[in-house]
Design a protein. Structure first.
Length: 723
């Protein structure tokens, strides 16, 4: 059995799979078979009798990855996998909190707020607290609360040295109290509440430490501070933590991911034998050599070099366009040529650093009649009609859920106006009750709504889940509401009706796939799935996406577009500590998405935010070895906004010159200013020049100020001081 499991593994993969019972870090490069190593490691531990399925905890970052691993495991082993815990951090923490809801100070039927519901709850609270939503934008408040929790901090632990931050901390504290009162938790609360439970309750902590002798973690480079602390608690002093990740693909610092967790793990768990998976099974050699050369410029890497048994393949094609429109036109013509050569459109990806760049590409594709889809549209459980339906179910399950009540109290419309809802909120606040309690004593229309929810709950009490769903959709008025739409909204309403019918299908499938097929369990499933994109079967269509969205995917041909300073690397990276390293990791991810052909393109000018912006070629192009590149256009030049140019030639060290070394013309602009220069303005403070335009009396600069954002300034009047 074991020889069958291990057959086909290369020597490093085999070494990782057969490690003794000890903590380990597996440095798995792009396309090196990390999922195979993880699943085979689990199968190896079980088949050799080291541990039963009940003794394994496997953590992934998406439910899709967990399902894929379980499917592979089932094919590898005849053993029943019942008892093995596998899922995302949020899913596993939810499972623990459901089992220990009383000790966690939660109601048994606590509900989970997705990102949209959380934002609504914060807006409602800020209104009640008379917080200025211009001074304190609700989405920024949401990020502040979630970011604090992901650092393991409650409101009373956040350091607040100024009145502005103290007010945010007050909202944070009130928000937590509101969630506790309503019996709901947000995503970051799931992990923090579970961590706190394990920290303070020795009996529960020791129970799980005794049970899970082997903890395996996928995409370890994406863990944040709190996730790592949670893993350390579960591992204790005796359990084996088997972490698989790639520090060169850590691109989620903006979500709180801490690439330093990988080096921290080697110290905390005394990992002496770090195994590197460097053989790539995806890309041709030239693509990998380019990726290796680029990422070698980063500091503090654990270090590895991808290689392949494949041949070198084609060189990387580089195209310099006069404008972004011509860049898009070139891409369209290349795609048409690829299609004529037999490459399917769904094997081609167009990547860009920022969403704003997609418009001109989409326009060119539409004009050419090429099918495409933007990867990462609205997810099923985030669609408006689905959220309405789930709100009825949530309120039936937990009448303290004020968010759910507010979403549906007047949808479909039942004559309950905004003023009535405000009065209801005032009564609830005055009496320190939930909106439901206040509604029970309100006027006739609101009382009728309470009666509707009560009747739905009563009529469905003994029904199976799909029939509950069907009954609620019919008797809530949702189906009738969309059926009665006419005119321009009719087509949209038909799509919404199809989605509502699909919700019944989802409930039916859920019953077949899960032992616990309760309404609470389904609502939990819906909340956890809302954060993931599950693409269905598509027609042959191109993929358009940000580089962030491309992680984990691969394509025959990849176009990396907009390779200009300020775009990629993004201008914000100049001001952030480690920002340029993160951008370089992002470029590394983009390059390693390609299997056979890779295009790198940029434009001398592009329309961004309604203005023509004149850019220079990305410094990342200088870090790629010249012998790996095929220039489709004449040799690249770096241009200032004034049209001055100088050849962009590779540095003597194989084309990997320092990103920040100034090109020749930068000190020779007529105005005396240069892009990337730090400046001081008497009113706006410190900033960095990100663009230059015009000459003489018409010369102006675009400056990204630290505190006030980006502004265009006429040099004749701006009175800037160089720093």
């Amino acid at each position: 059995m074991n020889s069958t499991l291990l057959s086909g593994l290369n020597s490093e993969q085999r070494a990782a799979v057969t490690l003794p019972e000890q903590s380990a870090l597996i440095l798995a490069g792009a396309g090196s078979g990390k999922t195979r190593v993880l699943t085979t490691r689990i199968a190896y531990l079980i088949s050799t009798g080291v541990v039963s399925p009940q003794g394994i905890l496997a953590v992934t970052f998406t439910n899709k990855a967990a399902k894929e691993m379980l499917t592979r495991l089932s094919a590898m082993l005849p053993t029943n996998m019942r008892g093995l815990w596998m899922g995302t951090f949020h899913g596993l923490c939810n499972r623990m909190l459901r089992a220990h809801y009383h000790e966690a100070n939660l109601p048994q039927t606590f509900q989970i707020l997705d990102s949209g519901d959380q934002l609504s709850a914060i807006k409602r609270l800020m209104k009640a607290m008379n917080v200025d939503d211009e001074k304190y934008p609700p989405r920024e408040m949401q990020n502040f609360i979630s970011g604090s929790k992901e650092q393991g901090l409650r409101a009373n632990e956040v350091e607040a040295y100024d009145p502005y931050t103290r007010r945010k901390v007050e909202v944070f504290a009130e928000y937590d109290a509101q969630c506790q009162r309503e019996g709901v938790v947000d995503f970051s609360e799931l992990l923090l509440r579970c961590y706190e439970l394990l920290s303070r309750n020795a009996a529960i902590r020791e129970h799980y430490q005794e049970r899970f002798k082997h903890i395996l973690v996928d995409e370890f480079q994406d863990t944040n501070k709190l996730q790592y602390q949670w893993l350390k608690l579960l591992a204790g002093n005796n359990n084996a933590l088997f972490a698989v990740g790639d520090d060169d693909q850590s691109i989620y610092a903006f979500r709180g991911a801490n690439v330093g967790n990988m080096q921290q793990l080697t110290r905390d768990f005394h990992v002496g034998n770090m195994i590197k998976l460097e053989q790539n099974y995806r890309s041709h050699g030239n693509i990998l050599n380019a990726a290796n050369a680029l990422i070698s410029n980063n500091r503090n890497r654990l270090g590895k070099n991808l290689w392949t048994a494949e041949n070198g393949g084609e060189p990387l094609r580089v195209y310099e366009a006069p404008t972004d429109v011509e860049e898009a036109g070139f891409i369209v013509s290349e795609i048409q040529q690829l299609k004529s050569e037999g490459v399917y459109l769904n094997e081609i990806a167009l990547l860009y650093r920022s969403n704003a760049q997609s418009r001109v590409l989409e326009h060119a594709l539409v004009s050419a009649g090429l099918s495409y889809r933007v990867y990462g549209g609205l997810r099923f459980f985030e669609r408006q009609e689905i959220k309405h339906a789930l709100a009825y179910l949530r309120l039936m399950q937990n009448t303290d859920d004020d968010n759910a009540l507010l979403r549906i109290i007047n949808f479909p419309t039942r004559g309950i106006g905004a003023r009535s809802i405000e009065q209801l909120q005032e009564v609830a606040k005055m009496n320190s009750t939930t909106l439901w309690d206040a509604a029970a004593r309100a006027g006739s229309k609101i009382t009728a709504f309470v009666g509707l929810v009560e009747s739905l709950r009563s009529a469905t009490r003994e029904l199976p889940l799909p029939e509950i769903m069907d009954h609620v959709l019919q008797h809530s008025g949702l189906i009738a509401h969309y059926q009665n739409e006419t005119g321009a909204k009719r087509r949209e309403a038909e799509e919404r009706l199809e989605n509502l019918n699909e919700l019944i299908n989802a409930a039916t499938l859920f019953v077949h796939e899960n032992e616990d097929d309760s309404l609470t369990s389904f609502l939990t499933h819906a909340s956890l799935e809302a954060g993931e994109h599950q693409a269905g079967d598509q027609d042959d269509a191109l993929h358009l996406m940000t580089v962030h969205a491309s992680k984990g995917l691969e394509f025959h041909t990849v176009f990396i577009t907009g390779l200009e300073q300020g775009l990629f690397p993004h201008q914000n990276s100049q001001r952030e500590d480690g920002g340029l390293d993160e951008e370089r990791r992002l470029m590394y991810v983009a390059i390693t998405r390609a299997r056979r052909r890779l295009y790198l393109s940029f434009a001398q000018s592009r329309m961004l935010h309604g203005q023509v912006s004149y850019g220079m070629a990305s410094g990342f192009l200088r870090e790629l070895p010249d012998n790996l590149l095929h220039w489709i256009t004449p040799r690249v030049t770096q241009r200032s906004a004034f049209g001055y140019s100088a050849p962009l030639t590779p540095s003597p060290a194989g084309g990997r010159g320092e990103q920040n070394s100034a090109p020749v013309q930068r000190s020779a602009t007529p105005s005396g200013w240069r892009i990337g220069q730090a400046v001081l303005h008497t009113k706006f403070g410190e900033g960095v020049i990100v663009n230059l335009e015009g000459s003489g009396a018409d010369a102006r600069v675009q400056v990204n100020f630290r505190k006030t954002g980006t502004k265009w300034l006429a040099l004749e009047y701006a009175k800037l001081t160089a720093l």
